[in-house]
Design a protein around this ligand. Structure first.
Ligand code: F3S
Length: 62
């Protein structure tokens, strides 16, 4: 499965970075930096927290 961020949906809430700074990164304006990374189940707690934290549903694992 892949962890990705839809940068078109990201509105710069920076909540992903707030809950999981080791996984997610943001630019100077608070927008998430692109991620395209393989992940496995069960999801790492930090990844799951980041997915749940985004109000725009810009972070997905598929
Ligand atoms: Fe963007 Fe969602 Fe993170 S809006 S900065 S991907 S919490």
């Amino acid at each position: 499965m892949k962890l990705t961020i839809d940068t078109a949906k990201c509105s710069g809430h920076a909540r992903c970075y707030a809950v999981a700074p080791d996984v997610f990164d943001i630019d100077d304006l608070g927008y998430a930096m692109p991620i395209d990374r393989e992940v496995t189940e069960p999801l790492d707690e930090d990844i799951a927290a980041g997915v749940a934290a985004c109000p725009e549903r810009a972070i997905s694992v598929r």
